[in-house]
Design a protein around this ligand. Structure first.
Ligand code: ADP
Ligand code: MG
Ligand code: MG
Ligand code: MG
Length: 416
């Protein structure tokens, strides 16, 4: 990995180093008057909010290592390149979903982008019990548009293959997912941790051969089924919300993979927010209505996904797959509709598996969720996490039976 010429920004050096960048200057005004603060709360990168006399921007810069762990865990700066490439594609495929990019510097691994000033991280909103109108629907639309339009259902085959080759360079980030999501939770890995009180459950899951097989089938799917360009890290910490706007940030894990991955990870994070609600309740039951709302929004993710995927299938199916010349042009639109339903069933089946694995790794692996971490009472936290572990297991193991979303949520409600 070459880091020649690269230097991490500091609060002190930022105005002089970005002062000459026309795109930043145009939005902020005179660099001498810029004020920067570092707000990165993620696991990997530096994020600065820079305010000037005329406006504000966000500057996100990769570090040559994993921020959460430190310099002992190197990670290529090129993830910033892939994040930028993914942001550009998402903006084209689902206009308005991603923050606008103003400037990208490959050597410095930095992106200057729109400051979402009215927005908060969705995970925080869910911890506070805040409802966001149209939340699940908007995220379902995002998934359908980006996943459909990044696939062979829509793209020219040669373009998609070139893009697949490009994103194959993001291997180091895939490696994190491959190990931390699909394998480490199911073994006694050095960086794992879990809440005291979960020892027995962790041991049981690590001895659960059926669950481990599903986890490895999902890893197989993630690593080999290059269906479309994924966001790759679509949890509730990668969504920012205001009262009237919903955005998706942080696609540095972008890679070609199975459509069910983004959908399943998102659903998992909604279900974990649901499981955490009793731990945030001031009085017993105080969050019940909010927990119900979370399940309604979880259902809305999938119904919006199905609706939009269907619309795109019928109106934008311009790629080499399921060609109209085989179906509609032969007077057999029904065949295309049946094929669509079969594809959706396969995506949902994958999503159930990815959902379960994501719920496990956030509780037993390295990277935990604030939904649970902010529950100060350890016994209460362990109780919430235990329910999430079980929901994840049941959903992952149910994927062959493929319960529909309503049945999956009924399972979640029963276990919780
Ligand atoms: P990481 O890759 O390290 O997880 P993120 O892109 O998730 O970094 O950003 C970390 C945090 O910085 C987010 O949780 C959010 O609070 C803030 N942030 C990131 N991008 C923006 C933005 N465009 N506008 C406002 N805040 C942002
Ligand atoms: Mg992040
Ligand atoms: Mg976070
Ligand atoms: Mg990130």
């Amino acid at each position: 990995m070459t880091t020649q010429g690269y230097a991490a920004l500091t609060l002190e050096t930022l105005p002089s180093r970005l002062g000459e960048v026309a795109a930043a200057r145009a939005r902020l005004g005179e660099p001498a008057a810029w004020r920067a603060r570092e707000v990165g709360d993620g696991n990997l990168n530096l994020v600065f909010i820079v305010e000037g006399p005329e406006g504000a921007v966000v500057v996100k810069q990769a570090l040559p290592y994993v921020r959460l762990v430190g310099e002992s865990w190197p990670l290529p700066l090129s993830r910033s390149f892939f994040e930028h490439e993914a942001l550009v594609r998402q903006a084209a495929r689902d206009p308005g979903a991603a923050p606008e990019v103003f400037h990208f510097d490959r050597e410095q691994a930095l992106i200057v982008m729109e400051f979402l000033d009215r927005h908060v991280i969705l995970r925080r909103a869910m911890i506070e019990g805040r409802r966001i109108a149209g939340l699940g629907r908007r995220l379902g639309l995002f998934c359908a548009r980006t996943l459909f339009r990044g696939s062979d259902l829509s793209m020219l085959a040669a373009d998609r293959k070139a893009d697949l080759a490009l994103f194959a360079g993001n291997a180091a980030l895939c490696d994190i997912t491959e190990n931390l999501v699909f394998s480490d939770p199911y073994r006694d890995a050095p960086m794992n941790r879990h809440t005291p009180g979960l020892d027995a459950l962790a041991a049981r899951l690590r001895g659960d051969m059926a669950m481990k097989r599903v986890a490895q089938h999902m890893k197989w799917a993630f690593a080999t089924q290059a269906e479309t360009l994924l966001h790759g890290d679509l949890h509730t910490g990668s969504v920012m919300v205001s009262d009237d706007d919903i955005r998706v940030i942080d696609p540095e894990f972008a890679t070609y993979g199975p459509m069910g991955f983004d959908v399943g990870m998102l659903v998992a994070n909604f279900l974990m927010a649901f499981c955490a609600q009793p731990g945030h309740a001031s009085d017993p039951g105080a969050r019940d209505a909010y927990a119900d709302w979370l399940l309604e929004e979880t259902a809305a993710i999938w119904s919006a996904f199905v609706g939009e995927f269907t619309r795109l299938w019928r109106t934008e199916r311009a790629g080499m797959l399921y060609e109209a010349r085989l179906f509609e042009a032969q007077g057999c639109g029904l065949g295309a509709e049946q094929a669509r339903l079969e594809r959706l069933a396969a995506i949902w089946r994958d999503a159930l598996g990815f959902c379960g694995v994501e719920m496990h790794r956030r509780i037993l692996g390295l990277a935990h969720n604030a939904d649970f971490e902010t529950i100060a009472d350890e016994a209460a936290r362990a109780a919430c996490e235990a329910r999430a572990l079980e929901i994840g297991r049941v959903l992952a193991l149910s994927r062959d039976a493929a319960p529909d979303m309503a049945a999956a949520l009924e399972t979640a409600r029963e276990i919780a």
